[in-house]
Design a protein around this ligand. Sequence first.
Ligand code: GLC
Ligand code: CA
Length: 559
Amino acid sequence: MANSSSGKWWENATVYQIYPKSFFDSNGDGIGDIEGVRRKLGYIKSLGVDIIWLCPYLKSPQADNGYDVSDYYEIDPIFGNKEDLRKLIDECHATGLRFVMDMVTNHSSDEHEWFKKARAGDEKYMDYYYFKDPVDGREPNNWESIFGGSAWEYVPSLNKYYLHLFHRKQPDLNWTNPEVVDNVVRVMKYWGEFGVDGFRLDAINYLYKDPAFPSVETRPGQKYGFGGQYYSSKPQVNEYFARLNRDVFTPFDMMTVAEVGDMDPERAREYCGKYQPEIDMVYMYDMLNFDQEGYDKFKPVPFEVKKFKETIFRWQDEFRDVGRMALFLSNHDQTRNVGRFGDDSPRYRYRSSQAQALAMYMLKGTPYIYQGEELAMSFLDYEKIEDFNDIEVEFTYGEKVVKGGEPFEKWLRLYNTRSRDIGRSPMQWDDSENAGFSTGKPWQKVNGEYVKVNVAAEDKDPASTLNFYRKLLPLRKTLKSVQYGSVTPFDYDSESTFCYVREYEDEVTVCRSNLTARRTRTPLPEGEYEILLSNTGRSGRLSGSIELMPYEALLAIRK
Ligand code: GLC
Ligand code: CA
């Protein structure tokens, strides 16, 4: 079904996601910062994006790199101060960029004032979180934390457990307590007044937990199990959204994007349809997880083009007339797409990443480009466990290698190709020391590929992925069929190509990507087409079937 314009300011926008810790360090302490982002606004503008989403920079002990906030009104000094943020936001606005803030309110840090008081036994604040009595001398139930182990942490002085769906340093806030909701509204208003243009709402479908906290069935031999059926995407969450929308999102004319985990397309249709109009779009965490066993990213299965198509087109179909989806290939929680879904060898790195980008970003929805993706940054080459930082690595290393005796080499390979650290290695600006990211010692090791894969080198190379993104993203905006049109796959049974037609009124565009190194013949829907974008130097007119070269990407419009 073809939609027409909603007239919202963000409607045809493209988002660039920045992980501030790893983007650019302005003062040589090895940690990327807010001023570093400001200094790179010219680069960001050159990509043709409209909005930046900056990952968390509020005060935090950094157990989960800022996704554990200890003060919602202060900036963490490692990132700078409010003056720096003021300058960044003002300069964004002056150059026509908008600024979206990452808002983490499913949980706070355990070092937040509220939690410190709660842990000291202050009942008012205990009710800001979920404190429960032991059951038979054990955890209140058998829910598993998303980062591994029990979702409950024992506090001996209280003889109670508290709930943490994520890390133990991220206690879940109790949204059934109206005071908590009032506090969140106050925080959001504060940043709205400060000038942020929207929020990315972290882990937001987990806000409501079944008050009975029932245990779940576990897999054989497992102590804990995924409790999502009791806390994921409950209808009560929509009531919270209605409140936030009324008090904050609408009055400040914000763009909002809800991160939603563990959701299949059918449920998402039902659920996200109901988000509207409280939330503008949803960021489906699960869209790319088809190359692993269930929720276990460390059990990868080989990439198949057909599975990729099946998954993506199913999401597209469910969202054809409800909601709006985020389109993405990578983020700070995912590995790098070029190696994951393609070929990061020197021969095909550019082309392969370009074919993926064309396949994804001409679909219906809002593109979210993650820093470094536009360079085709890829897997890590770390050798020591100390090179990694993420809590998922820490947990699995302890369980599998230290306790379980599994070979370190096996896990090292997994960490270099699947872990969250991959997306968090410093941005590669040039081939100087530390990839031009910092003059100090980077908080996380630079990926050795930086000598070849970096902004300065790609800037000069007309065939680079960077220059391909610079053409692709602005092009999207000139095409009505891409903004509003229907999506119809073709050549669907092919094991190599990712092809679809976008159609709106009398405009018809076709997207064809070969996601493999095999040459392959693809048909072309009826008519004569003019090529708008190619990664192999093809130009001019097309009709009938053609043979696509390895990792060829082609966008054409009907004449
Ligand atoms: C989201 C974030 C992730 C974080 C988690 C807990 O999934 O993207 O980085 O660890 O929420 O806040
Ligand atoms: Ca710094």
